[in-house]
Design a protein around this ligand. Sequence first.
Ligand SMILES: [Mn+2]
Length: 337
Amino acid sequence: MQGIEEVKSVLATPKNILITSHRNPDGDAIGSSLAMARWLENKGHRVMVAFPSEYPATYQWMPGINGVEIFDVDSSALDDFSQHIEVSVILDYNSLSRIDKMSKYIENDRLYTILIDHHLYPDPIGDFILSDTTASSTCELVYRFIEGFDQKPLGDTDIAACLYTGILTDTGSFQYSTSPALFRTVATLQELGIDTSLIHDRIFNTLNEKNLRLLGHCFVNRMEVLDEYKTGIIFLNKHDYQVYDIQRGDTEGIVNYLLKLENVKLAIFIRQQPTIIKISFRSKGDFSVEEIAKNYFNGGGHRNASGGFTKSSLSATLDQIKTILPRYKEQLNKSIL
Ligand SMILES: [Mn+2]
């Protein structure tokens, strides 16, 4: 692993380390951050994990989560710690724009910066960069990093549980981005004694009644299937947010249901937020949603999963999407499963 010797020399003495991940942290952001924190703490470093915004309640069980600082909620501990930071670890994002104002803590040439990520088009930030866009998850890469650093198999069950969580969520429960190397990693994690069924239940089988009713509402009243373009669309307006008391994380995963339709290759999920419209894209097979998110909706991500936003109205957004789809008609119809 290129540059690992330099990291070893930096981490040879105890350091004050700030780990950050992206806004609206998901299982991979949280899992990689907590795993890295535990690993660094085991080596005697002082570590703080900070996210720009809150994490979904489904991850409340994770080892170490109670020590995480949320910048939007209370930045005082971060303000204090920032005076002492020597090493910055950037996980599951690759552009400082993903952490908004929190970037002020780590935009400092004095810091030694470690970046581990699997998103496309990384900004050249980091003294040590482990960026692999073919990796399933940042957690897979953190595992690779730890193994490369320690030169021996991982021995900590809490770290294993954190890494497994990110791999599980970023692969859609091992549906995509898998590889023989990933399954070998997962085998090693399971050998450490993690309860994979329990982790699955904690993340995927903890809906409230209102969540399931919201899903029903999406399918019955807010879903449109455009067979001509092999596209499914679900939208939620401000009124839906009130009626179903939709909170952070409640709309997580809804977009994926559209891909359950045999005839849908492109899934689009649109949410009317207070000031912007947020859009999630998913696709099957070789059809890339990354380009649509980037070119038309100020976003990006991966080939099969991307996101973006617009400041237009909800109806204008729906119209815009329907104007864009014909440009991809041929590609959508030839894209094979
Ligand atoms: Mn990720």
